[in-house]
Design a protein around this ligand. Structure first.
Ligand SMILES: C[S@@+](CC[C@H](N)C(=O)[O-])C[C@H]1O[C@@H](n2cnc3c(N)ncnc32)[C@H](O)[C@@H]1O
Length: 283
């Protein structure tokens, strides 16, 4: 398989007719798994709302801190839903920087994210400890069955379920709370849910028109964005015990856990990240 950096590399199933959120996000983060149609979309978003790139990086920082914290608590296996295109600071790499034997199953419904994850893991991973699934997180039973079938995860031991920067792609008709509740019921006791979400709750009015324009831009692309308020986000953690500091703006969540350059920009104005997050533990 050619290198992902090869501009001609178009993995099977990749739709180049429409910009795609996984590839746009990769472009925001400075990755190379994106095509002209994604970059044009990303540039338009930045024209409307220049903060979008820092917000994406703030989300990636939070993911890194969450995984690092979990690894330090002794969590050695991770199920990363909506894992995206591998870029700097992937879940398995962060986990392994703490516990070299950590295990991780990545899941994404976008072909390019899956293809790039496969290339990375074929080169640098171990099939007994790493796997990638092309799947839709909205089908918890199917994902759970397939994740266990990889042999990578031990269902008797705590699992870190990562759903970072993803739930805002699920609309009410997808029953996102029901979906997460199902994963919660499947997870063994002592497992964790790490999640984040875009919100308009308490976000300064300034930039409101621009944010609405970005939402409409996404709506015209292959996917729609659904903002949720604090209460709606907190409800994803029903049945979990929130770990300190609870539901907070991403730059407020354990900022010293790990290098978080982008988040530091928002240290004094965390609400500008437009993103909240939390970690919960299943008793
Ligand atoms: C904004 S990226 C976040 C990537 C990564 N979690 C992070 O925080 O850096 C969102 C990812 O979720 C994936 N995604 C969206 N809806 C999904 C679904 N229903 N099932 C699986 N993946 C999904 C997209 O393809 C994309 O790769």
């Amino acid at each position: 398989m050619p290198e992902p950096k090869d501009p001609e590399f178009v993995p099977e199933g990749v739709d180049l007719e429409r910009p795609n959120p996984a590839r746009i996000y990769d472009w925001f983060l400075g990755g190379s798994a994106n095509w002209a149609i994604d970059r044009a979309f990303g540039e338009k978003v930045l024209e409307t709302f220049p903060q979008a790139r820092t917000i994406a990086r703030t989300g990636r920082d939070f993911l890194g801190r969450g995984v690092h914290y979990l690894a330090r608590q002794g969590v050695t296996q991770f199920l990363d839903l909506g894992s995206g295109v591998p870029t700097v600071g992937n879940v398995h790499e962060i986990a392994e920087s703490v516990n070299p034997d950590s295990r991780c199953v990545y899941v994404d419904n976008e072909a390019v994210a899956v293809a790039h994850s496969r290339v990375l893991l074929e080169k640098h991973g171990e099939s007994s400890r790493h796997a990638v699934l092309h799947g839709d997180l909205r089908q918890p039973d199917d994902i759970w069955k397939r994740a266990l079938a990889t042999g990578v995860l031990d269902p008797e031991k705590p699992i870190g379920l990562i759903v970072v920067g993803v739930l805002y792609f699920l609309g009410p008709e997808d029953d996102p709370h029901g979906v997460i509740a199902r994963y919660r019921d499947l997870l063994p006791s002592g497992s964790y849910l790490l999640s984040s979400h875009l919100t308009e709750d308490e976000v300064p009015d300034e930039g409101g028109t621009e944010r609405e324009e970005v939402r409409q831009q996404y709506q015209r692309s292959s996917s729609q964005l659904y903002m949720r308020n604090r209460e709606e986000f907190t409800a994803f953690f029903d049945g979990f015990e929130l770990v300190e500091p609870g539901v907070v703006w991403l730059p407020e969540w354990r900022l010293d856990e790990r290098e978080s350059k982008a988040s530091r920009k928002y240290a004094n104005t965390p609400q500008e990240s437009s993103s909240i997050g939390a970690l919960g533990r299943k008793p």
